[in-house]
Design a protein around this ligand. Structure first.
Ligand code: 13P
Ligand code: SF4
Length: 302
């Protein structure tokens, strides 16, 4: 029996649904029931009715699915698939800024641990961060953990006073402005589409800035036929599926997230069969982390 057949057999037996982020391997995206960006996947996770959610992504994604859906079994293909940026914020600094600024809102990128979420007022993803920050009544914002997304939001929301944190995504930080310039020279007719986890010198070169879904929707809806893609190379799969007549170029050799790439067809099949790698959270943490996530779902959908 092929691994793909094994996955569909165990998926049925377990009453499971497979969610996958655009950054996982092409063949894993191909077997998923839902593929999307972090915001879309968190909305799906909040309302699917299968008994088991198999999350093809990194640990903060599985944790968010469990936080929103405690009655379901959430399984990860590989427990070691973890986003380094999710850990890059200091609780002491959050507490200190809260003491200093009475009206401080702690805005937490969803790429964060469940524990960091418990210290936050609202979660955001790259597709709704600007909208949610603008909608908050607070002028002082501490944006954790991603400095680059925080700086991009600040550049679009000058009415806010945003404090930055030193977290970053090493995959997007490795997209270099010099390489973007070279790609533009090699493809003068192409537009450059960038993810807001990129550094500001890269963002300054972009024709469009948005989440993975935003980039895919822009390229699909735009009349142009050539695009340089400033995000993790996994999005090229969906871009090419949806747009067979258009051309997509990575920056340099393309950037690959090693944690997302830990998910393989083999560990998807094995996780469904063995039902190991279950996401478990302390109930107190889950309850407190649920509040900023639910606030995001409410504000992000308005
Ligand atoms: P989005 O899914 O919001 O585009 O974020 C990308 C990301 O880094 C996920 O790890
Ligand atoms: Fe984390 Fe960056 Fe990988 Fe996304 S691409 S999971 S932000 S390291």
């Amino acid at each position: 029996m092929s691994t793909i057949d094994k996955i569909s057999e165990w998926k049925q037996k377990r009453d499971a649904v497979i969610l996958a982020h655009y950054y996982v391997r092409d063949e894993v995206q191909a077997v998923a029931d839902y593929v999307g960006d972090s915001f879309y996947l968190s909305k799906v996770a909040a309302k699917v009715d299968a008994k088991v959610i198999l999350f093809c992504g990194v640990s903060f994604m599985g944790e968010s699915a469990k936080i929103l859906n405690p009655g379901k079994t959430v399984v990860m293909p590989d427990m070691l698939a973890d986003c380094p940026m999710a850990h890059m914020a200091d609780i002491g600094r959050i507490q200190k800024l809260r003491e200093e600024y009475e009206d401080l809102a702690v805005v937490c990128y969803i790429n964060s641990t469940a524990l960091l979420k418990t210290y936050s007022d609202v979660c955001v993803t790259s597709s709704n961060a600007l909208k949610i920050v603008k909608a908050l009544p607070n002028r002082h914002i501490f944006f954790i953990p991603d400095e680059n997304l925080g700086r991009y939001v600040a550049s679009q929301a000058p009415e806010k006073h945003i404090f930055f944190n030193e977290g970053f995504c090493h995959v997007h930080k490795g997209i270099l402005a010099g390489d973007v310039v070279k790609a533009k020279e090699a493809h003068p007719g192409a537009q450059f589409l960038a993810h807001p986890e990129c550094t500001m010198d890269v963002i300054a070169l972009a024709d469009y800035v948005g989440s993975t879904s935003g980039i895919i929707d822009f390229a699909t809806g735009d009349a142009g036929g050539e695009f340089i893609i400033g995000t993790e190379a996994g999005v090229l799969y969906e871009l090419r599926q949806k747009n067979p007549g258009k051309r997509f170029y990575p920056v340099g050799q393309g950037r690959h997230c090693p944690d997302m790439k830990r998910i393989t067809l083999e560990n998807v099949a094995s996780a469904l069969e063995k039902m190991e790698n279950r996401v478990e959270l302390q109930e107190g943490i889950r309850q407190r982390a649920k509040e900023p996530l639910e606030r995001m779902l409410e504000l992000g959908s308005q």
